[in-house]
Write a protein that binds this ligand. Structure first.
Ligand SMILES: *Cc1c(COP(=O)(O)O)cnc(C)c1O
Length: 368
């Protein structure tokens, strides 16, 4: 492989393994969520890999859906959020499956859809997340009104859970109860509710299909780990400089770290300009030669500094693991998220454009 300052290695077979494990666990259809570039793993290669496992893909935006179509992904692609009336032409042109959450958009879509082949849509019912969808109290009436738009075919009905990753599942029950009144009239439509947390821990939310994202990438959204998942992303950088500093010397902006004794330090070519959280300043760890070494001082835009031990045999250019395994040690996305006060979702989706993405296996499965 040519030199790269920092790169991620995406294990596509791990993602396939996770998707298959989830399908076995639920026994239902799988809507694989590949929004935000498949949580930083690369939407096109991930979708290519999952074409034989997923029944449908889900993205957040029309642009994300078009990108998959242009890469020749032919499975249905659901757009999880309501679109704007000005986007209806593109939705029809690229055969995307939009979410309907209001009457105005539905009317605009009906106007451009084909007379001979109705466009499939999913109706988002707001049961308590309160960020999108038709209010559950009005959902039946809304579904009836949609029947007057002949070029729309309601294929699915879904809702999104606000607290499935919490120990207390009482609000999950509230949301499922609110949905229940509508499901009495579902007449054959596909119902889907479960994000990763509910897919793993709330069997009564599985309905006809589950809609996981994070767990496909091998990360658990909560403490429950009912099935073994494999993390798919490794993030590496390189040592760019090694120095020796005297007792009392500081490191990096603000000199927030002071060497307690004569210390060797190494600069790692990774910074917040790559999406490596600045909040790991003075608290995160990396793996060097299979050992954990602490980040000292502030994470800069392009580089960070770690403290070495006297016994460390390291050279400029050596690989450093930021996320993933090296030797017998492992740094998980969860650890990085906890250490920087956020969630794994944010760590993964913040990995920046300077970080080259590589895939294993290199040849993609092109079976759609
Ligand atoms: C992102 C998203 C999901 C997937 O959530 P995970 O927690 O990553 O499994 C499912 N449904 C909707 C509507 C979403 O926005």
């Amino acid at each position: 492989m040519p030199y790269s300052r920092t790169h991620t290695e995406i294990d596509l077979l791990a993602i396939k393994h996770n998707a298959e494990a989830i399908k076995r666990h639920t026994g239902n259809q799988l809507i694989a969520v590949v929004k935000a570039d498949a949580y930083g793993h690369g939407a096109v290669p991930v979708a290519e890999t999952l074409c034989s496992v997923a029944d449908m893909f889900a993205v957040a935006t029309v642009e994300e859906g078009i990108k998959l179509r242009q890469a020749d992904i032919r499975k249905p692609i659901l757009i999880l959020f309501s679109c704007l009336p000005m986007q209806v032409e593109e939705i029809v042109e690229f055969s995307l499956t939009p979410t309907i959450g209001d009457r105005e958009f539905a009317t605009a879509l009906n106007e451009v859809a084909s007379e001979t082949k109705p466009i499939k849509v999913h109706v988002n019912v707001n049961t308590g997340m309160n960020r999108s969808g038709v209010c559950w109290k009005e959902a039946l009436q809304f579904l009836n009104k949609l029947k007057t738009l002949p070029r729309l075919e309601v294929e699915g009905i879904f809702t999104h859970l606000a607290t499935a990753d919490e120990v207390d599942k009482s609000f999950v029950s509230v949301q499922l109860n609110r949905l229940a009144s509508i499901l009495a009239h579902k007449d054959g439509k596909m119902v889907h509710v479960a994000n990763s947390a509910a897919t793993l821990a709330v069997p009564e939310s599985h309905f006809d299909a589950v809609r996981p994202g994070l767990s496909l990438y091998g990360i658990y959204p909560a403490a429950e780990k009912p099935i073994p998942l494999k993390p798919a992303l490794t993030w590496k950088a390189r040592i760019g400089w090694i120095g020796s500093i005297s007792e009392g010397e500081g490191v990096s902006y603000g000199l927030t770290y002071k060497a307690p004794y004569q210390t060797r330090v190494a600069m790692v070519q990774i910074g917040y300009g790559d999406g490596y959280p600045r909040s790991l300043s003075g608290s995160g760890e990396v793996l060097i030669s299979g050992m954990r070494r602490p980040i000292v001082g502030r994470v800069c835009m392009d580089v960070s500094v770690v403290q070495l031990e006297p016994s460390d045999e390291v050279s400029i250019g050596d690989e450093v693991v930021l996320i993933g395994k090296q030797g017998n040690e492992e740094i998980t996305v969860d650890e990085i998220a906890q250490c920087s006060g956020t969630i794994p979702y944010e760590i993964l989706t913040q990995i920046g454009p300077r970080v080259k993405r590589t895939f294993r296996p290199v040849t993609h499965n092109n079976e759609h």
